[in-house]
Design a protein around this ligand. Structure first.
Ligand code: ADP
Ligand code: MG
Length: 408
């Protein structure tokens, strides 16, 4: 655990970058510092590894004041990752990663082996090991930066806007990768960003700072979205807070209709279609082909229409809403992890779940107040379908569903 105890930093010029900061950073979790430029995020981070020392208060690492530990010793247990990776340009990738092990006196072969293991861990091909940093893409360089910070297996990782300089697609994959790594490694991570969406995606807890280095709110992301502490936090969270909250509402308890799924043969469809305006056609493997409308059955030559899917229990309610919005029926197709149709969440069932989420039903796992309100039904929903598919995380099923439908 890292404790900020009344920490203040006043720079020589008189700027108070951090002012009386009190907070606790739990072991083995990701804590994000987020806030506008100049609010003291970098300064706060650098006081943990003594690149900057506080002018007031104390920072305790597992109960020990960091200013009593000499910086090299302290930093041996603290990895540090910065924007644009900060790699040594004249050293090959493997040598960059092996920097700290070599400083710790490991022999060349052992350090190299460790570097190769880490490159694999962060998703880089071994063939990149003997390139120079300029021969890698920005995203690859960031991965090397993460590998280098992990080389000596430090319990603490400080990350200062590590993904801010790469394009949004690469950035999303770096974020996924960090979450995957963290599930294995369970480091104590302090992650700095000015991007509230990144903070909400990555943080177990999010500290929102305001200019002057004052803590505006410290909470789990779902709570932050549900109950912003004040107007500053509310404004910083942005407009579609209600929709984004749905990313934290589980979908596992939604009722499924299993009687709307039919093999794609004309006979099977016509046998059921009299009763239902929309059916899901599936292939021999049980995978969705698309929606079939009563008005245009297969024997009329019509092709199945586009659809959205979600994985029940894995994906949040936001993904269910997204899947429904991508389907002409207004219903969402639930698939299992291998893509086979499990059933359908009807629009009515989805509406009921949205209403429960808006009311902060404890059964949704979110005790937030009635903050979702009208944003769910109106503003956010229509304009937000695409972003929803992305933000819903690993549900490539949703995006794949669209291209796999009648358009494909
Ligand atoms: P952030 O990372 O949130 O953008 P910083 O911690 O870098 O914020 O900076 C907080 C404030 O401290 C800013 O006003 C910045 O100009 C000032 N500051 C940062 N570093 C120094 C420094 N070395 N000397 C003087 N002022 C600084
Ligand atoms: Mg900064």
């Amino acid at each position: 655990m890292i404790t900020f105890d009344g920490v203040t930093k006043r720079y020589a010029g008189g700027t108070v970058a951090v002012d009386g900061l009190d907070l606790e950073i739990p072991t083995g979790r990701i804590t994000v510092f987020v806030g506008p430029s100049g609010c003291g995020k970098t300064t706060s981070l650098r006081m943990i590894n003594r690149m900057v020392d506080p002018t007031g208060g104390r920072i305790l690492l597992d109960g020990v004041d960091v200013t009593t530990i000499d910086p090299p010793t302290l930093r041996r247990g603290i990895g540090y990752v910065i924007q644009q990776a900060g790699l040594f340009p004249h050293r090959k990738v493997a040598d960059n990663v092996a920097t700290v092990p070599r400083l710790l006196g490991w022999d060349r072969r052992r350090a190299r082996a460790r570097a190769m293991e880490l490159l694999e861990r962060v998703g880089l091909d071994a063939s990149l090991a003997d390139r120079y940093p300029f021969q890698l893409s920005g995203g690859q360089q960031q991965r090397v930066g993460v590998a280098r910070a992990l080389a000596a297996d430090p319990p603490v990782l400080l990350m200062d806007e590590p993904f801010s300089a790469v394009d949004p697609v690469v950035r999303a994959s770096l974020q996924e990768e960090l979450l995957r790594l963290q599930a294995e490694l369970r480091k104590t991570i302090v992650f700095v960003t000015h991007d509230i969406d990144e903070a909400i995606k990555l943080g177990d807890r999010v500290a929102v700072l305001r200019v002057g280095g004052r803590l505006a709110q410290l909470d789990a992301p779902a709570r932050l979205l549900a109950e912003p502490a004040d107007d500053f936090v509310r404004a910083f969270l942005g407009r579609d807070r209600g929709i984004r909250r749905l990313s934290f509402v589980p979908s596992g308890d939604l009722p499924l209709r299993t009687d709307l799924t039919v093999p794609a043969s004309a006979a099977a469809v016509s046998a059921r279609a009299a009763a239902e305006p929309w059916l899901v056609a599936v292939d021999d493997g049980g995978r969705p082909l698309g929606w079939i409308a009563r008005e245009s059955p297969p024997d009329s030559g019509a092709r199945p229409e586009p659809y959205g899917t979600f994985v029940r229990g894995r994906d949040p309610l936001r993904s269910v809403l997204d899947a429904a919005l991508l389907s002409p029926s207004g219903h969402a197709i639930a698939v299992d992890a291998s893509g086979r149709v499990e059933g359908v969440v009807t629009r009515e069932a989805l509406d009921a779940a949205l209403a429960r989420a808006a009311a902060g039903d404890p059964a949704t796992g979110d005790d937030g107040g009635p903050a979702v309100g009208p944003a769910v039904g109106s503003a956010g929903a229509g304009s937000d379908g695409t972003a929803g598919a992305v933000a819903a995380g690993p549900s490539d099923g949703t995006a794949g569903g669209v291209s796999g439908g009648a358009r494909g």
